[in-house]
Design a protein around this ligand. Structure first.
Ligand code: HEC
Ligand code: HEC
Length: 284
């Protein structure tokens, strides 16, 4: 069996004892349909993209994992969405308001919103994601404390807001403010090798995409399904996932919402342009 040098290095690096697991395998040729609603899990890549086709991580998962995502009743991530709905309607802070006091029915006011983030925020002169937009509303409109990373209601409320865009194709606007510069910075980081293992995001998710590493089938590392439910660790935010992958290369892990991780979030979101928002996706 022919095993590429990189895959061999990876398999060794990740502690695999069996190099045969570094075999290549195609993503499944199946359509993702959630509760009867078709999702876009393969899309023609935007101009300048390293792949011809952008592929959802769902196509790389085992049949049992894939099955959990196609039915909301079975999807364990839906519990977080329900928790998010409760928070949406809960009054908090000195202004005596809930999210619903201003935004009403999320199914209407938040429809499609999650597919367009990160977005340029003119006030902070940075891109912000849904997590930070929620914090902005909490501190500026509700007189409530912003959530600390992955704490309080941050993950379930983000999942609830993003769920309102389920099925919508990811599309971010790079023409606003300095979004293009953040994209450039994110791209640079994506291709920079770091850590003791000297690997970049691209080493695994581009060069080795499709390879089997231990029990994992390497996907394109898309973020259209976040926050998502991981069978091994429960609900997981995008930046938590980034941090985990960086930790696996034994590099120093940047802080959540740091410039580095935000630039990566902008760039990686763009790499998934055209894929449906799948929140809450289910992964291994
Ligand atoms: C006092 C009214 C008020 C409350 C309460 C409030 N918001 Fe907002 N929110 C706004 C306004 C006004 C905007 C648009 C202006 C802006 O971007 O600052 C906005 C924008 C947003 C956006 C971005 C919408 C878009 O189209 O990009 C999201 C997401 C959001 N709010 C979520 C929430 C959540 C979740 C809560 C509860 C934690 C909340 N908001 C509480 C007033 C409010
Ligand atoms: C040593 C290899 C390796 C490196 C380097 C790596 N990852 Fe990963 N990553 C994985 C594996 C294995 C998985 C789980 C299987 C999959 O979805 O590819 C994963 C999953 C992901 C996912 C979840 C995909 C989904 O569908 O849920 C994202 C997002 C991701 N990686 C982003 C990144 C980013 C950004 C970087 C660079 C900062 C990076 N990864 C670096 C191995 C790596």
């Amino acid at each position: 069996m022919k095993v590429s040098i990189l895959a061999t290095t990876l398999a060794v690096a990740l502690g695999s004892v069996c190099l045969g697991t570094a075999a290549n395998a195609d993503p499944v040729d199946e359509a993702l349909v959630i509760d009867g609603k078709p999702m876009i899990s393969r899309a023609k890549a935007p101009e300048g993209h390293p792949f011809d086709e952008v592929l959802s991580g769902w196509l790389f998962r085992e049949p049992e994992t894939r099955a959990l995502e196609i039915d909301s009743i079975e999807n364990p991530g839906m519990l977080a969405v329900e928790e998010g709905e409760t928070i949406w309607n809960t009054v908090e802070g000195t202004a005596g308001k809930s999210c619903a006091s201003c935004h009403g029915d999320a199914a209407q006011s938040m429809a499609g919103v999650g597919a367009k983030y990160p977005k340029w925020d003119a006030d902070s002169k940075r891109p912000i994601d849904i997590e930070l937009m929620i914090n902005k509303c909490r501190s500026e409109k509700m007189g409530a404390e912003p959530y600390a990373f992955d704490k309080g209601g941050q993950v379930p409320l983000t999942a609830y807001v993003k769920y309102q865009s389920q099925g919508e194709p990811v599309s971010i606007d790079l023409s606003q403010g300095e979004m293009q510069q953040w994209w450039d910075k994110g791209k640079e980081l994506y291709y920079t090798r770091t850590g003791q293992l000297n690997l970049s995001c691209a080493s695994c998710h581009e060069v080795s995409m499709g390879k089997h590493i231990r029990a994992d089938h390497l996907s394109q590392g898309q973020i259209n399904g976040f926050p998502l439910y991981r069978l091994k660790s429960g609900m997981t935010s995008v930046q938590n996932r980034f941090r985990g992958c960086i930790r696996d290369t034994r590099a120093e892990v940047p802080k959540a919402f740091s410039d580095e991780l935000m630039a990566l979030e902008v760039y990686v979101t763009w790499r998934g342009t055209g894929l449906s928002v799948e929140t809450p996706a289910v992964r291994q």
